[in-house]
Design a binder for this molecule. Structure first.
Ligand SMILES: Cc1cc2nc3c(=O)[nH]c(=O)nc-3n(C[C@H](O)[C@H](O)[C@H](O)COP(=O)(O)OP(=O)(O)OC[C@H]3O[C@@H](n4cnc5c(N)ncnc54)[C@H](O)[C@@H]3O)c2cc1C
Length: 286
């Protein structure tokens, strides 16, 4: 009997996993909350990637695409998120159409008929994946599960593992990597903008903000040193990522970005109606 592997999420990892599953003679069932493949990547389509095409395309996916007369991009070129979707994820998704289910938001993964306190037969009982979506609730059975839901929809909140009071739903507090030199420019240009985080999204956003005239970016860094965030610089194994770290170091050292280290947790987000500012109250780690 053909085994079914449920793949949670139709991003780059989920779609590549489906290509591997098919090559091994099994059946993928790709459950995606969005209406199209690459739902997360589309949200940062404006960002140039630090991985070139060679590192971004999985071999099993390329083999499927070659059957579909796909024109492979230049392996040494660096796509934006939008190009990754258009030139790779979309055509790959078309080859996987019979196994793709859109607008299925996964709410639970369990073993069929097994409750929280019963372990008997746990390892051999099929999985059950509960979804909600435009067509209502559904239960999807599978022999195995691959979680490829990524992290984009699970951002690291401002508090110690949870949002601080006032954070959720605040109109001037956002997550991810906003297009600050494009459609978000009017909201952030000419202002003091704080960015909390030490990853590449935070660095890319800070560098973009520092290039906006009249904007003062502040880097709220949880770590006590910025060495890790700055990456390997000129020696980084991914050259474009090294350039990001080097650019960040230059902006901080030159005063274009104000750095606040050891921001270990924040306690409250407050509005100051008199001057329209947001107050970010917290404390420093040791
Ligand atoms: C700005 C930016 C730049 C980046 N640049 C690079 C780079 O250059 N190189 C690199 O290797 N990585 C880069 N990354 C990391 C990048 O996100 C991953 O490499 C890649 O997107 C991971 O793919 P994924 O399929 O695991 O996750 P995602 O792309 O996040 O896809 C997850 C999918 O799961 C779906 N999903 C999530 N939750 C549910 C749910 N409950 N129910 C149903 N579906 C769900 C989402 O809608 C989405 O379609 C970058 C990330 C960002 C934010």
């Amino acid at each position: 009997m053909t085994r079914t592997v449920a793949i949670l999420g139709a991003g780059p990892v989920g779609l590549a996993a489906a290509a591997h599953v098919l090559e091994r003679g099994m059946r993928p069932l790709i459950l995606e909350q969005g209406a199209e493949v690459g739902h997360s990547v589309r949200a940062w389509g404006h960002v140039p990637m630090f991985s070139n095409w060679r590192s971004s395309i999985r071999a099993a996916a390329a083999r499927r695409l070659e059957h579909a007369r796909w024109q492979a991009p230049d392996p040494e070129a660096y796509p934006t998120g939008a190009e990754l979707v258009e030139d790779y994820l979309q055509p790959l998704g078309q080859t996987l159409a019979p196994w793709l289910r859109f607008e299925r938001h996964i709410v639970a993964v369990s073993r069929e008929g097994i409750d929280k306190v019963n372990n008997a037969g746990h390892g051999t009982t099929p999985f059950m994946i509960d979804t909600e979506g435009a067509t209502g609730e559904a239960r999807n059975g599978a022999d195995a599960v691959t979680d490829a839901t990524g992290t984009w929809f699970q951002p690291n909140p401002g508090g110690a593992g949870r949002p601080v009071p006032g954070e959720l739903g605040h109109l001037r507090f956002g997550y991810g990597m906003p297009d600050v030199t494009g459609q978000e420019q009017a909201r952030r240009g000419g202002k003091r903008v704080a960015v909390l985080g030490g990853g590449h999204s935070a660095m890319g956003t800070l560098i973009a903000l520092s290039n906006l005239s009249g904007t003062s970016p502040i880097w709220l860094c949880r770590a006590s040193t910025t060495t890790r965030a700055r990456g390997g610089g000129a020696a980084d194994r991914l050259a474009a990522r090294g350039v990001l770290g080097t650019g960040m170091a230059r902006s901080v050292d030159g005063g274009g970005i104000r750095l606040e280290k050891r921001v270990s947790s924040c306690r409250r987000l407050r509005d100051h109606p008199a001057d329209g500012r947001i107050g970010w109250r917290g404390h420093r780690g040791g």
